[in-house]
Design a protein around this ligand. Sequence first.
Ligand SMILES: C[S@@+](CC[C@H](N)C(=O)[O-])C[C@H]1O[C@@H](n2cnc3c(N)ncnc32)[C@H](O)[C@@H]1O
Length: 222
Amino acid sequence: MQQDYWLKAWDENRTGFHQDQANKRLKRFWPKLGLAAGAEVFVPLAGKTLDMLWLHEQGYRVFGVELSRKAVEAFFAENKLAHTTHKTDRGTEFRGSAAAAGLRVLAGDFFDLAPVDLEGITGVYDRASLIAMDESMRAEYTRQLAKLVPRSARGLLLTIDYDPSRMQGPPFAVPDATTRLLLEEGFEIEELERYAGPERLGNLKGRGLDTLVEYVYRLTRR
Ligand SMILES: C[S@@+](CC[C@H](N)C(=O)[O-])C[C@H]1O[C@@H](n2cnc3c(N)ncnc32)[C@H](O)[C@@H]1O
């Protein structure tokens, strides 16, 4: 998906992907990664996800990147997070202060980041990010992710798969084999869980699908 699409989606409040609670797969599987508290977690294509807040509450530092400044402003305002803003070469960085210290979100483009921006990152969390990319952008997204994320960093990737003849993304269907193909060069990838069934449709109900598969993967940067 191109940037204009997402900026417009935020402007028009078309944000059905946003969850009003931290993701339950994150809560269930993150502790299994054994990442020490204090570690810094990269959240690409962050939106205003409460998953960042949950990670921060578990004692992690968080670095999110999100194209829409409106989304980043909403994240800090809606959660009443004290912060300062800083212009950088990559965009405007919102840095949490006081109780929100250690939480920062760049209002900028993921594709403009360079490895130097992620120095010290040891965790990564992708929910609704890879699957937000249409087919033409996927390989570019995963190449950039592998380029940015430092070696040995680990984390979670959540994806979905469905019959693409029945619904047009986003979110896009990414079959398991495609996920592996896209990521295996840069990451070890291990399926932790898959869930299937109509009860998984959630906010996608009414868009033509009968069922859906959700995947949870553990990623380790090679
Ligand atoms: C489907 S949403 C998912 C947001 C978040 N991960 C969540 O779980 O709620 C995808 C997000 O990626 C953002 N986005 C799209 N392209 C981007 C880019 N090149 N750089 C940074 N953010 C981008 C969009 O603005 C949108 O908020």
